[in-house]
Design a protein around this ligand. Structure first.
Ligand code: GLN
Length: 196
């Protein structure tokens, strides 16, 4: 049975939106590809997927999504940015581009692991999720700085912050939509329903 109480949109301008939609389908959550403002107006929660943050932000600007997203947040919409999505929702970047939307009080650094390893996998503990989850990092950003009102949900063993939340806005450096787990999507759904 489809959970008809909430609808989750996945911003489908660029990046791995299909993988997010697949996980939502597995969880029997009603979902929607968000390609227009009218799509955005139908959703209770919005996922901004991984991909290329400069391209995603360029398209957000071209289609005028930023103000409507902020307006919807002020009426209770939740937002989850994964990887490039996390870059787009940051308050500030350590890099010159793109200009982020300032939805969460955090500074993000792009392509953090670039010089050492482009991509890797590691087991992570995640606050509010019982079992360890697999973190898949692909040219991933990290959380450099947060304000005190931002909660850390997950860090690497060396203390590098890789998942955060502030009210109903969350961000992950890694890609739960690629790891075969539904736990982080389930967490986001609880956040959307104010159950966390
Ligand atoms: N490196 C990409 C960027 O900076 C993000 C990579 C990803 O989303 N997997 O936009």
């Amino acid at each position: 049975m489809v959970d008809s109480k909430i609808k989750i949109g996945v911003l489908s301008l660029q990046g791995d939106f299909i993988e997010h939609l697949d996980v939502l389908e597995t969880l029997s959550i009603e979902s929607l590809k968000v390609k227009t403002i009218s799509d955005l107006n139908k959703v209770d929660g919005l996922i901004i997927p991984g991909g290329e943050s400069t391209t995603i932000k360029k398209l957000i600007d071209r289609y005028g999504f930023e103000e409507p997203i902020k307006e919807k947040i002020s009426h209770g919409m939740s937002v989850w940015g994964t990887c490039a999505g996390l870059i787009c929702i940051a308050e500030k970047l350590s890099d010159p581009y793109p200009i982020p939307m300032n939805l969460i009080d955090a500074e993000i650094s792009r392509n953090w692991f670039g010089r050492q390893v482009d991509s890797f996998e590691t087991d992570l503990t995640f606050k509010g999720i019982k079992n360890k989850i697999k973190g898949i990092f692909i040219r991933a950003p990290i959380v450099k700085k947060i304000s005190p009102n931002v909660e850390i949900l997950s860090s690497l063993k060396d203390g590098t912050i890789v998942a955060i939340k502030q009210n109903k806005i969350m961000g992950t450096s890694f890609h739960p939509e690629l790891s075969g787990t539904t736990a982080v999507h389930d967490y986001f759904i609880r956040l959307t329903k104010n159950e966390n």
